[in-house]
Design a protein around this ligand. Structure first.
Ligand code: NAP
Length: 248
């Protein structure tokens, strides 16, 4: 229970990778605020699972792309739990399409959620974490942010942007005992990847030295390390969890 007494916020904690991270942090003793935007039942199921395992979790609905809503949500979390020690920026979406056909709206939605969403949340936790002189921020990126991908210019740009955001804020907050790192998953079996066409999946698997998709627990394990005391001297880094697909 190495996170006993700590409070964590996992954005997009209702499904997939975020759900696994929320359960993992709760299992390590943290009280976990689960953020979601559209699926209250899935989010409630995560809180129930945490409770059933003897942990403590609560739901916070807000759109990470909406800075006013993020501020209200994070203020409420701090009121409810008295503190916020760990932020995992996990909420993310895809709106794929070749650049030639990509609508401005698809660009904006992905940048607003995947990149500005992280900015909004970091900005809202910045001051409270500085006051506490302890904090852990983990941004969930993607292998695509490092490799690029045809049909994902918006997603790749947002995730690559997270690299600059992570490294800059890591430098700003390091002296306050706040680390800012990233985890870059490869292809993980979740709702986001489940609908990929079989031929696309086969092509992807051919590019993965381990010849398999990763699991949500693989990503949660990397986050668990970064928020632990073992990683106290690690900041501005990305852990690649991708079966060897990209070696950064
Ligand atoms: P997912 O299963 O589609 O779940 C997405 C989560 O984000 C849901 O909890 C959703 O909430 C939440 N969300 C979406 N837009 C939001 C918004 N505007 N405000 C708040 N929450 C929002 O996705 P996933 O596969 O677990 O991906 C999680 C993260 O890992 C993303 O950042 C993704 O880019 C990254 N990633 C995934 C893979 C992969 O292979 N799956 C690979 C690399 C990186 P609701 O349930 O309420 O809709």
């Amino acid at each position: 229970m190495i996170l006993e007494g700590k409070t964590a916020l996992v954005t997009g904690g209702s499904r997939g990778i975020g759900r696994a991270i929320a359960l993992r942090l709760a299992g390590m003793g943290a009280r976990v605020a689960i953020n979601y935007v559209s699926k209250p039942d899935a989010a409630q199921a995560v809180v129930d699972a945490i409770g059933a395992a003897g942990g403590e979790g609560a739901l916070y609905k807000f759109d990470v792309a909406d800075s006013a809503a993020v501020n209200d949500g994070i203020t409420k979390i701090i009121e409810d739990f008295g503190r916020l020690d760990i932020l995992v920026n996990n909420a993310g979406i895809t709106r794929d399409g070749l650049l030639m056909k990509m609508k401005e709206e698809s660009w904006d939605q992905v940048l607003d959620t995947n990149l500005k969403g992280a900015f909004n949340c970091i900005k809202a936790v910045n001051r409270p974490m500085m006051k506490q002189r302890w904090g852990r921020i983990v941004n969930i990126s993607s292998v695509i942010g490092f490799l690029g991908n045809a049909g994902q210019a918006n997603y790749a740009a947002a995730k690559a942007g997270l690299t600059g955001l992570t490294r800059s804020v890591a430098r700003e907050l390091a002296s306050r005992n706040i680390t800012v790192n990233g985890v870059a998953p490869g292809y993980i079996d979740t709702d986001m990847t489940r609908d990929l066409a079989e031929e696309v999946k086969e092509k992807v698997l051919a590019e993965i030295p381990m010849r398999a998709m990763g699991s949500v627990e693989d990503v949660a394990g990397a986050v668990a390390y970064l928020v632990s005391e073992d990683a106290r001297y690690v900041t501005g880094q990305f852990i690649h969890v991708n079966g060897g697909m990209f070696m950064g």
